[in-house]
Structures are given as structure tokens and as C-alpha cells.
Design a protein around this ligand. Structure first.
Ligand code: DGY
Length: 333
């Protein structure tokens, strides 16, 4: 009997076909709506492998129902939607999709930085609503990006790719990270500073850390107060890293100048969210990795990880490697 796999969202045929040769595949048939929790709870009972997205909460109670489950392949680099400890305790491998989305996400982060600094969304609205009557000296003026200081919080793959783009714009580069990155410092001419110092000196503060219990609300009222009044905050990581209420207050009280957000504490962000009322907040629907090529690569990589985990090979992107080192995983005997 072929191992059973459940896919939580309709994927392109070429990805599904690659899996259905080896596995008995069931898939949620909607491309734009997440699988309802009650459906997932039923489907997961018998499966050996789960292919999921960041829209699914894979928590302990769900995993408890899945007595055959050997691997959860998340189609995202972030895996805060999965209770990793519970998965590890139960011997379930968890994989993510790092690397393939690095450059695309850095592109979007820099695009959001430029759009926020130069008020592109506001300017388009200004034109389309017929407010553009003449050229005026201070009309829709923004912040310069070239020559400004960018502070990157989290110098991982995407942080580094962002730094390269910023260097091309003649920006001064500083970063804060759990550990120093001496190679990158040399290669990019980026300087390590404390988080406090970064917030004080940066014109653009870019959040690129993964969401963990340590980074949740890493940017709150206290941190926002340290920032320059002309500073711009960019978040393309996870919404919960920034305290949105504090951010709203900081923007309304003009403690900082603007924000560009691709991620929110609640997604989709409710349409009556106060941040959506502010003209100096550029908002996007979590599209950091959304290029056609990159999304295909992410789906392929997640499928490869799943395939490896169910055929006794070591998945390339295991985030709980302790399972294989002691041969404890359900997929290994
Ligand atoms: C991720 O991969 O974690 C992004 O948020 C979606 O690409």
C-alpha cells in the first residue's frame, strides 16, 4: 500500500503529479481558501505525510490525531505555524523551504522600503483621485533612500540579500543579530550594533527575524520611541514581531515617519484595522515570496522534502534534525 499524503491547498498539477506516482494523495481542492480545521482534523488521522502552508496551525491537538504522521512539509521558510516541540516529541519530522525564496523576498522588502519612503501608493491615489492640479515644491515629498542608514534586524539569508541591495543604493549598513556575522561584515561593509543603537541611528529599520518566543513583540512602544522621527519601519517577516497597537500610536504621535508592512498579527488583516487608515502606512497581503518562479520552487522543495521523509531518505530541510541523529523519527527504523 502506498503511503498517504494530504495537501492542504490546491497546487499546480506538476507538483501533485510528482507526488501521486509514489503516494496516495488527497488534496484540498480550493486554491484560495484554506482547508477548514474540521476537514484537516479528519484528513490527518490516517496520513503519513502532510504538505501544508503557513495558513494552517499544526498544533499538538491536531498531531495527536495523526498517529501515522511521519513528516510535515511546510511550504514556507517560517514554521511558526507548527508546534515544533510537539512534533519532535512525537517523532514527526518538520521541514521548511529556505534558500529558494531569499532573493525574491529581499526584492520585495526593498521595493516596500522604496514605496514607503517615496510615498508611491499615496502618490498613485493622489493622481487617480484628481488631486494633481500642478507641480508644487513640497508636494508628496518623502525620505531619501540613497545615503541613508539601513538597520537590518536579523542578518540571515534574506537580511544579507537585502544588505546587498542597500549597498547598491549607497546606504550605510548596520545590523543586529543574535550572533555576530564576521564574514558578512567584511563582505558587505555592514556594522554590528546593539538593537538599541540600531533603532536610534537607522533611517530605515527592517525586521527580518523569524518569529519565536524571543522575537514576539521585539518591536514595541519602548523600541519605537528610540527611533528617529523621520524613520521608516519595514516588516516583511511576521506580524507578531511588531506590536501593532504601539506602532499605530507611534505613527499617530509622529514618533516615526512611516511604516511598510507585508505581514500582520492577524492575517488577512481585518479591514477595520486602525493601521489601514493611515496614509503613511503601505500595506501588502504577505507577498514577500510571491513571484511565479519562486512559489513554484517553494512548492517543489516542499514536495521533495516530503518525498525524502517518506522514502527513508533524510529530507534536506529538516528543522528538527535531532530526530534523525538519534534515529527516533517515525520514518526511520
Ligand atoms: C515564508 O516562507 O515564511 C514566507 O512568509 C512566505 O513565503
Amino acid at each position: 500500500m502506498k503511503p498517504k499524503v494530504y495537501i492542504t491547498r490546491k497546487l499546480p498539477d506538476q507538483i501533485v503529479n510528482g507526488l501521486s506516482g509514489n503516494f496516495e494523495v488527497t488534496m484540498w481542492q480550493d486554491e484560495t481558501t484554506p482547508v477548514p480545521r474540521e476537514v484537516l482534523e479528519k484528513e490527518i488521522v490516517e496520513v503519513d505525510g502532510l504538505f501544508c502552508l503557513l495558513t494552517e496551525q499544526i498544533d499538538e491537538s491536531l498531531m495527536e490525531k495523526a498517529t501515522n504522521l511521519k513528516i510535515i512539509a511546510n511550504m514556507a521558510v517560517g514554521y511558526n505555524n507548527i508546534d515544533l516541540q510537539s512534533a519532535t516529541d512525537k517523532g514527526i519530522m518538520v521541514t521548511n523551504t529556505p534558500g529558494v525564496l531569499t532573493e525574491t523576498t529581499a526584492d520585495l522588502t526593498f521595493a516596500l522600503l522604496l514605496a514607503t519612503a517615496r510615498r508611491l501608493v499615496e502618490a498613485t491615489g493622489y493622481l487617480k483621485s484628481g488631486q494633481w492640479k500642478t507641480w508644487s515644491p513640497m508636494q508628496l515629498t518623502g525620505q531619501d533612500v540613497h545615503g541613508a542608514t539601513i538597520g537590518i534586524i536579523g542578518l540571515g539569508r534574506i537580511g544579507k540579500a537585502l544588505a546587498k541591495r542597500a549597498k547598491g543604493f549607497d546606504m550605510n549598513l548596520v545590523y543586529y543579530n543574535r550572533s555576530r556575522k564576521l564574514e558578512e561584515e567584511k563582505e558587505l561593509g555592514i556594522e554590528f550594533v546593539s538593537l538599541e543603537e540600531l533603532l536610534k541611528i537607522s533611517d530605515f529599520v527592517c525586521v527580518l527575524v523569524p518569529l519565536t518566543s524571543q522575537t514576539s513583540y521585539m518591536i514595541g512602544a519602548e523600541q519605537l520611541t528610540l527611533m528617529k522621527k523621520t524613520a521608516v519601519l519595514i516588516n516583511t517577516a511576521r506580524g507578531d514581531i511588531v506590536d501593532e497597537r504601539a506602532l499605530y500610536q507611534a505613527l499617530v504621535n509622529q514618533e516615526i515617519w512611516a511604516a511598510g508592512l507585508d505581514v500582520f498579527e492577524e492575517e488577512p488583516v481585518p479591514l477595520d484595522h486602525p493601521l489601514l487608515t493611515l496614509p503613511n502606512v503601505v500595506t501588502l497581503p504577505h507577498i514577500g515570496s510571491a513571484s511565479i518562479a519562486t512559489r513554484m520552487k517553494m512548492a517543489s522543495l516542499a514536495a521533495e522534502n516530503l518525498m525524502a521523509g517518506l522514502t527513508g531518505a533524510l529530507p534536506g530541510n529538516l528543522v528538527n534534525p535531532e530526530l534523525t541523529s538519534v534515529q527516533k523519527g517515525r520514518g526511520h527504523s
